[in-house]
Design a binder for this molecule. Structure first.
Ligand code: GDP
Ligand code: ZN
Length: 462
């Protein structure tokens, strides 16, 4: 049963994009309101079958003025996104028409939806849980396929399932503890109960920690692996950049910087999103090191998750090359031995002593040789051999990460409590706290205020 709500409406397509737009209406009165503004002879939408599409016009019922030619989708509860009746009006006439249709709908009984309110209803009506709702938000923001896939997996409820299992284990243990306390028939019951609590706390804590280890990957999936292409002038940095961008159909975002235009470019390499940093620098001055000096470039490199260090194997290693090797020693690094189509003048044995030989990838941008190897290397580095394991559960949401960390603390309190001989009923409180914290991830124990705050982060119309 859906909880009673008023009927809400909003534009659910992104602002300003494309020629069509969708006005979404959800609630008990969705069909009545739609019928007030919809016109096609004597047809009424309310009598139509659910999940059908209807051609017609949106008309202002007071002035009889025709606003737009539309396709209207009707979806009756409960098999809808919000579990309420939903009407979606597909308009054709561009931004202005979409807005007019929305205004007309609002004048005829609907209330403008708050950001995220459709998804909030889906949650409140029990259609999705909180981590799924947050995944919707991530889908909206996802920048690359991989990030999208991760969000969608979460939407399927992977994380929720895992968390629910962990909570069930804790609950079983707590129940067992309860039984032991109520029936202290044996002398060693206190001892047994403590043992049980500590073992379960350790075991579940390990699983939570494993989940947390995926968090940094999750963050990178969403924000892109900060990648710097560096090397002496003329080794082929710009060429490499262009190849990556062309081959991989880069998503280019221009961010108007405060002092100058910073261009950030996203490329997806075998599903790994790279955020190429300081590419504007590479393009403008051809050389980040020359431009800002080794000391300062070191600082710029500090924010990089991955360094692509390019050498020209047509020339011997120089002092500058060696400085760059030193400066990037602590980083995840791939050594690109470029211009393989030209004669070899670089002492490979010398280079192998300075860097991990496994990290060296010979390439030629002219003949395209080695570019596949480079991409495979990037993917390998990122997934540490786990490429292709696409259905692993990742944690990427900051709120989830915080809750998991707090749960780890609670488990530590349980373990420490038992080890320092605290009474079992006090330790039980910490175990229950862990159970609560995990429940906040799925929304199984969550306060109203938190829900409101979360859903207000959504885009309007979702
Ligand atoms: P950057 O200064 O490091 O950005 O180097 P560029 O990408 O501007 O390349 C410098 C020159 O090297 C250009 O003329 C490129 O066409 C050339 N170049 C880049 N990669 C290769 C390669 O693999 N083989 C050959 N023969 N020339 C290359
Ligand atoms: Zn260049």
């Amino acid at each position: 049963m859906a909880i009673e709500f008023d009927t809400i409406a909003a534009i659910s397509t992104p602002p300003g994009e494309g020629g069509i737009g969708i006005v979404r209406i959800s609630g008990d009165e969705a069909l009545d309101i739609a019928d007030r503004v919809y016109q096609l002879g004597k047809k009424t939408l309310k009598n139509q079958k659910t999940h059908t599409i209807h051609y017609g016009h949106i008309v202002n019922p007071k002035t009889e003025e025709q606003i737009d030619e539309v396709m209207v989708t009707i979806m009756k509860a409960p098999k809808t996104y919000t579990r309420e009746d939903i009407v979606e009006i597909n308009t054709h006439g561009g931004v202005l028409a979409v807005n007019q249709v929305l205004q007309t709908v609002l004048h005829n009984g609907a209330r403008l939806a708050e950001p995220g309110e459709f998804t909030k209803r889906a949650f409140l009506n029990g259609r999705i849980d909180l981590s799924q709702a947050e995944a919707v938000m991530d889908v909206i923001r996802a920048k690359t396929d991989k990030a999208m896939h991760m969000a969608v997996t979460q939407l399927d409820g992977n994380l929720s399932r895992l968390i629910r299992n962990l909570r069930q284990e804790i609950l079983n243990t707590l129940a067992q503890v309860e039984v032991n306390i109520d029936y202290p028939e044996y002398d060693d019951v206190e001892e047994m109960t403590s043992q049980l609590l500590v073992e379960k706390a350790k075991q579940v804590k390990e699983q939570v920690k494993e989940l947390l280890e995926t968090a940094s990957q999750g963050k990178i999936l969403r924000e892109g692996l900060a990648t710097a292409i560096i090397g002496r002038p003329n080794v082929g940095k710009s060429s490499l950049l262009n190849v990556l961008i062309k081959e991989e159909k880069a998503i280019v975002t221009e961010i108007a910087g405060t002092t100058r235009d910073v261009v950030e470019e996203y490329v997806s390499v075998k599903g790994v999103p790279l955020r190429l940093i300081d590419t504007a620098g590479i393009r403008e001055t051809e050389d980040i090191v020359e431009r800002i000096g080794v000391e300062r470039s070191r600082k710029a490199l500090a924010e990089a998750d991955l360094i692509l260090l390019v050498f020209n194997q047509n020339e011997p290693l120089t002092e500058e090359d060696k400085l760059l090797i030193q400066a990037t020693d602590e980083h995840h690094r791939i050594i690109i031995l470029n211009k393989m189509d030209l004669e070899n003048h670089l002492d490979l044995e010398e280079l192998k002593k300075l860097v991990n030989p496994e990290s060296i990838i010979p390439t030629s941008i002219v003949t395209q040789d080695g570019l596949n190897d480079l991409e495979a290397k990037i993917a390998d580095l990122f997934f540490s051999g786990k490429t292709g394991e696409r259905d692993a559960t990742y944690v990427s949401n900051i709120r989830h990460i915080a809750l998991l960390n707090e749960a780890v603390d609670a488990f530590d309190d349980v373990i420490e409590g038992i080890e320092t001989g605290m009474p079992v009923d006090l330790v039980q409180i910490d175990m229950t706290r862990a159970w609560d914290l995990l429940g906040e991830i799925t929304g199984d124990s969550v306060q109203d205020e938190l829900i409101t705050q979360l859903f207000s982060q959504f885009c309007l119309g979702k």
